[in-house]
Design a protein around this ligand. Structure first.
Ligand code: RTP
Length: 155
C-alpha cells in the first residue's frame, strides 16, 4: 500500500561517541526498531572537528561549544535516519530531556546517562533541522526507500 507523507517523516539520530564506547548501539537501535520506526540509513563515522562544528552550528555562541564539538569528534558515531509517523517529535520523547538528570526513566537518557555533556544520543529537534542534518550527514543515495511487511500492521 502507499505510504502517506506523514508516514514518510524522517529524522536524524546519532549515537554519540559515549554511546558507542559504552556498548549501547544495539540497545538504542532496538528501541527505535521495536517502536515500529523504519531504519532508512545507517553508518559508523568518526566526525572531524570541522564537521562537528557544522553539525552544531546553531550552538556556536554557547560556552560549551568547543567542548561539545571536541567530544562529538572524539570517536566513532552511529549516524542514522529513521522514518515513520511522528518520528521527529516522538523520537525526541524516546531520547528524553537534554540533561539526563531531568529526563524520565524509560527514556534513553533517563535510563543510561547522568551528565549533560555525555548524553549518549542526538535527535533532530524539528522538521527543518531534520532536513538539514540528514543532508549534512548523508548523500541522497544513502537513504533507502523500501517496504517492510510490518508497515501494514502499523498503519
Ligand atoms: P542534541 O542536539 O544533542 O539532541 O541535544 P538537545 O537538542 O537535547 O540539546 P541542545 O540544546 O541542542 O544541546 C546540544 C548538546 O550540547 C550539549 N550540552 N552541553 N555543558 C552544557 O551545559 C551543555 N548543554 C548542552 C549536550 O550534549 C546536548 O545534547
Amino acid at each position: 500500500q502507499e505510504l502517506s507523507a506523514a508516514e514518510l517523516e524522517r529524522t536524524f539520530i546519532a549515537i554519540k561517541p559515549d554511546g558507542v564506547q559504552r556498548g549501547l548501539i544495539a540497545e538504542i537501535i532496538a528501541r527505535f526498531e521495536r517502536k515500529g520506526y523504519k531504519l532508512v540509513a545507517i553508518k559508523l563515522v568518526h566526525p572531524t572537528k570541522d564537521f562537528a562544528e557544522k553539525h552544531y552550528d546553531d550552538l556556536k555562541a554557547r560556552p560549551f561549544f568547543n567542548g561539545l564539538t571536541d567530544f562529538l569528534s572524539s570517536g566513532p558515531v552511529v549516524a542514522m535516519v529513521w522514518e515513520g509517523q511522528g518520528v521527529i517529535k516522538y523520537g525526541r520523547k524516546m531520547i528524553g530531556a537534554t540533561a539526563p538528570l531531568a529526563s524520565e526513566p524509560g527514556t534513553i537518557r533517563g535510563d543510561f546517562a547522568i551528565a549533560v555533556g555525555r548524553n549518549i544520543i542526538h535527535g533532530s529537534d524539528g522538521p527543518e533541522t531534520a532536513k538539514d542534518e540528514i543532508a549534512l550527514w548523508f548523500k541522497p543515495e544513502e537513504l533507502l526507500t523500501y517496504k517492510k511487511e510490518t508497515d501494514k500492521w502499523l498503519y
